[in-house]
Ligand binder design. Structure first.
Ligand SMILES: Nc1nc2c(ncn2[C@@H]2O[C@H](COP(=O)(O)OP(=O)(O)OP(=O)(O)O)[C@@H](O)[C@H]2O)c(=O)[nH]1
Ligand SMILES: [Mg+2]
Length: 305
């Protein structure tokens, strides 16, 4: 990585220092979170092969001697089916409002349809780059086809072809984002990587395991609520509630003889320990909150307001 935060403080900003926000948007599964993590060299945003993994706007801060880019990873653009979806789309809109630059990520195997294109074209009102992702698995023909669909409806200042997974073309993209940003002081201390507290990452890493270990509607029906996060000198003690949408889902989550929940707990603990670099004791229980995805009070309680 570059000179991370060298000699730069919030007060003494060198001449020519740049700063701004870059929103990463696109359809579910396009690779937005993979791109954020690749840029930052960290597992800030959870990634799974399933669509609709990201539900929040995730902030990832890249600082080097040129300046500071605050990347905003966002939920995939979709037609809302319940209130949680509406709130997810609000996170996209808010990120677009706050952004100096929009990075529209395209998976050439899943180009937007007419409705999605018209939604996107109404929302993109500022400098936008088209980022064609997954070049490692897409043919040139498919890439050209998808790019043409996009360019018929939208105007992009630059087009990049990348593999977020393999890191191909990512450095060049970051260089151009810097070129486009205005001069200004950093928004965050240059050694800061994100703005979310540790309990947020813990809940996200548990949610990642829910997506990886359960099938069908289960991951989409769950929220993770960190009831307690107690940092003791030698261990982090975490008490997590897995909230399900219907009573019948509780049994599926727990599994025969509690085996499934035990496995979820073990893998989540390992993943949180890897992220924090500290030992973790994770206590987990399942709670039923009928139709929580449509109830503003629960959405607020679980951080989706
Ligand atoms: N082959 C390949 N796979 C990729 C690439 N980028 C992302 N993926 C895979 O695509 C899947 C989705 O990646 P995510 O980063 O979670 O996608 P996302 O856009 O954040 O998805 P949502 O949060 O659901 O909107 C994962 O299985 C990634 O490993 C890439 O450049 N090449
Ligand atoms: Mg994501």
């Amino acid at each position: 990585m570059d000179d991370f935060g060298q000699n730069i403080s919030l007060t003494g900003v060198p001449e020519g220092y740049k700063s701004g926000y870059a929103a990463i948007i696109g359809k579910p599964n396009a690779g937005k979170s993979t791109l954020l993590n690749q840029i930052l060299g960290s597992r800030l945003s959870i990634i799974t092969p399933k669509v609709q993994t990201t539900r929040h706007r995730i902030t990832g801060i890249h600082s080097d001697k040129r300046g500071q880019i605050v990347f905003l990873d966002t939920p995939g653009i979709l037609e809302p089916k319940y209130k949680l979806h509406e709130n997810m789309m609000r996170a996209v809109t808010r990120s677009l409002d706050d952004a100096d630059i929009i990075l529209f990520l395209l998976d050439p195997n899943d180009a937007p349809n007419e409705d999605e294109l018209s939604w996107i074209s109404q929302k993109i009102k500022k400098t936008a780059f088209l980022i064609v992702n997954k070049v490692d698995i897409c043919s040139e023909e498919r890439i050209n086809e998808a790019v043409n669909i996009l360019k018929e409806k939208l105007t992009f200042k630059h087009t990049y072809i990348i593999s977020a997974l393999q890191g191909v073309g990512v450095e060049k993209l970051v260089n151009t984002v810097f070129e486009e940003l205005p001069e200004g002081p950093p928004f965050y201390p240059p050694d800061q990587l994100s703005e979310h507290p540790e309990r947020f990452f813990a809940s996200e890493l548990i949610r990642e395991q829910l997506f990886l270990q359960y099938q069908a509607e289960i991951p989409y029906s769950c929220a993770v609520n960190i009831v307690q996060y107690d940092q003791k000198p030698d261990i982090d003690v975490i008490d997590a509630e897995i909230v399900v949408n219907r009573k019948s889902q509780k049994g599926i989550l727990i599994g025969k003889g509690g085996k499934a929940l035990k496995n979820l707990g073990t893998e989540s603990r390992k993943s949180i320990e890897e992220f924090t670099g500290r030992k973790v004791y994770l206590n987990m229980h399942v709670k039923v909150r009928e139709k929580w995805r449509d109830k503003p009070g629960f959405l607020k309680d679980y951080g989706y307001d």
